[in-house]
Ligand binder design. Structure first.
Ligand code: ATP
Length: 314
């Protein structure tokens, strides 16, 4: 049997009183694109830093290609490419110089050709002599991606890699990741948006307050999330504390309040418009419109990763 590329056992990271990652059992199989999802603060970056050997776990173990990470961290690093959430790019270097620095560090053969090819592939060739400080955030992300690929890694770890890209750049990077994956590269990509990984990931893991609350294929996740009907409520004016009051109702599984628009995920099988109206009125709100609708996958995902999770997983 082939070993998973990444496997964690009871992986835990505590910061003083806070458990950033709790008993994480993660497996990433060879050749898969794994989407690591969760809202801000869920523990994604902490996990990634531990897998990279940059952050020391409080407890638990990490295996890469079946070997404990601490056995030979340097050998492992040669097989891994990383793009961090806030990659530090040496601002005074040009794109060319920056990539050259890393190509030398990794002993990349034919560096000039390879650097040129990646700059071209990522649409940065015309900016190769521009200093990184004059790059936009999206261009810096692409440059970091080029850097992570120079030494042809077998595993690519990406932390929110398209957060600064325009829609065209997002599609460009998506195509590149699919192409790399077809060539056998295993890809671990963290994001707080399901839509970002929906079209690429074979499997996703959902983190919530340090715990992995679900791990599934995209079709299975879609089927599971879609079971939840949604009521879209339009208010005359925003109502303070309405979100908490709605969450207290037994029929409510999740709430997303955004000014006058409130999206409430409810339990299936009954019409809950009456009880929601009453709760809004009791909170001092006036409803000017309400309709039930089939949530998009992203909406379902966003309502999933809130307090309702506690009720389901406890
Ligand atoms: P984001 O999408 O915002 O990057 P994330 O899922 O990557 O979020 P982490 O950055 O891993 O989340 O943070 C998990 C939790 O650990 C958060 O509550 C964060 O405040 C906390 N945390 C992270 N680093 C430290 C640190 N050095 N000291 C104390 N707490 C920390």
């Amino acid at each position: 049997m082939t070993e998973p590329v990444v496997r964690t056992e009871q992986l835990t990271k505590r910061y003083d009183g806070l458990v950033a990652v709790r008993d994480l059992e993660l497996t990433i199989e060879p050749g898969e694109i794994y989407g690591f999802l969760g809202p801000n603060g869920a523990g994604k970056t902490t996990t990634l830093l531990m897998v990279l050997g940059i952050l020391k776990p409080t407890a638990g173990r990490i295996y890469l290609w079946g070997r404990p990470l601490e056995d030979d961290p340097l050998a492992v690093k040669r097989r891994v490419g990383v793009v961090g959430e806030h990659d530090y790019i040496h601002d005074h270097l040009t794109a060319d110089e920056y990539l050259r620095f890393f190509a030398d560090l990794y002993g990349v053969p034919h560096p000039a050709e390879r650097i040129g090819a990646w700059l071209e592939r990522l649409g940065l060739l015309e900016f190769r002599t521009l200093r990184a400080r004059d790059f936009s955030r999206g261009m810096k992300q692409k440059l970091a991606l080029a850097r992570s690929l120079l030494h042809e890694p077998d595993l690519l770890l990406l932390d929110e890699p398209v957060s600064g890209l325009d829609p065209h750049g997002v599609v460009e990077v998506r195509h590149l990741l699919l192409e790399l994956n077809r060539r056998g590269v295993t890809i671990f990509i963290s994001s707080h948006l399901l839509s970002e990984v929906e079209q690429t990931a074979h499997r996703v893991g959902i983190m919530h307050r340090g715990r992995l609350i679900r791990q599934d294929t995209i079709p299975a996740l879609r089927a599971w999330l879609r079971q939840e009907p949604v009521l879209e409520v339009e208010l005359h004016a925003p109502v303070p504390h309405l979100e908490a009051q709605l969450r207290a109702l037994p029929v409510v599984r999740g709430v997303q309040a955004n000014g006058r628009r409130v999206v409430v995920t409810v339990t299936p099988g009954a019409d809950h418009r009456g009880s929601i109206s009453q709760a809004v009125a009791a909170a001092g709100g006036v409803i000017v419109g309400m309709h039930a609708h089939e949530p998009t996958l992203e909406e379902a995902f966003l309502t999933l990763t809130d307090a309702a999770v506690d009720r389901w997983t406890s």
